[in-house]
Design a protein around this ligand. Sequence first.
Ligand code: HEM
Length: 486
Amino acid sequence: MAMTMLKMMTPPPASSMPSLTPTPPMPQIRTIPGTHGLPLIGPLSDRLDYFWFQGPETFFRKRMEKYKSTVFRTNIPPAFPFFPSVNPNVIAVLDCKSFSHLFDMDLVDKKNVLVGDFMPSVSFTGNIRVSVYLDPSESKHALVKNFATDILKRSSGIWASEFVSNLDVMWNTIEKDITSKGSASFPVPLQRCIFRFLIKCLVGADTSNSPEIADNGFAMLDAWLALQLLPTVKIGILQPLEEIFLHSFAYPFFLVKGSYQKLYDFVKKEGREVIERGETQFQLGEEETIHNLLFVLGFNAFGGFSVFLPSLITTLGSGKTGLQDKLRQEVREKVGSSSLGFDSVREMELVQSFVYETLRYNPPVPLQFARARKDFILSSYDSSYEIKKGELLCGYQLLAMRDPKVFDEPETFQPERFTKEKGQQLLNYLYWSNGPQTGSPSTSNKQCAAKDHVVVTACLFLADLFLRYDSFTTDGSSITAVEKAK
Ligand code: HEM
């Protein structure tokens, strides 16, 4: 059923979403259901629902059911009282077809809308609008994106080996904790591992040159990230304290100024070669290069992996009968006597499918925003809607990735979903990277520059794990047991 619907879909943009059948006629134009409510009261009530009474998933689900539509008007925090210049009014798009308009740069503008109409202060990034806030129509976007792509390309030779050797350190720490305490909390060892690996691959530096950065660099990034994103993220601490203290105003940069400066100085000193390339090959100034490099390192890469890898670990460790056995078997068969690397994981169909399914089921960056560049008609399956220039579209990945017209049994985690030919077709509708998995990041779109690196890194994580252990179990954010490979 879902596959039949999938074949009837012709979502834009035509370049990245291959049309499988002739274009069907445009569905009937309908008024966008939903409301932004009364000024102040509507946004405040939606904010309380979003953070407190419902939580993001229920917030979107309830409205989708109420309006019997995957496209509707609502408000997204932050809002009221201390965000006077933020307009929380959005049009939510929650199915694969309407969501895909967010990737069409002819229709939408991505300037300053990474987390909605609210934009964290540029003081967090040296008073520079870094990569993710730039629209492809701005000439700087191409320079900065090419710079990010260049860093990734140049680190390809050491990416896998650096990752695996940092995983070594992580698993040793975890094993020691399990032996002494019976279980091991994994977030800190994992973040240390991600941090050191990324510093080496993206900056070309070794954290051992600065004990303070080696020990605390990851925590400095956590604090810097948290202050920028707090007004937009549900933490889950006691209410109404969260609403009063975390969601009512933006925290100032000066609280993390000292630690950001330490990271800046470290990158400036230890990342000379990369910085020179930014200046000479990509016409970026020195400061501009360092702030962009720190942003890609700290926000995109460290932030992204810090969300995604834990979800990979807990999905696997919470135990789906027989799954670990199948994955272990595939990993050991494909690696054989060769060493683990990009080539060997590319042959692991089930491992890759497991990674894709985790990205579908639990997209690490759940919200994407884009502003209408002009008036246009947005189509969903059975209706079309008039969008006015300047209106803000808000895509909620979690529900778009559970679109029953595309994915069979969308609410079920199916590790083999992306295997075989049907699985390859479905990659056209896997959107975690702000574009289809079959698309390519470029200077004319806003797809994640590291789209392929992220998948391959997650595959390496799983493959390394199953070369090391026969099985492992988790309980929340703790690893409770590992059985060493016999
Ligand atoms: C699990 C890890 C990651 C996830 C989930 C992720 C996700 C994303 C998403 C959703 C966007 C689009 C944001 C938007 O415009 O709405 C994005 C953009 C971007 N990502 Fe990633 N990312 C990850 C890792 C990385 C890494 C390792 C790099 C390192 C180079 C990177 C570099 C970028 C850049 C430069 C952009 C901006 C693209 C542009 O301006 O056109 N990302 N990422």
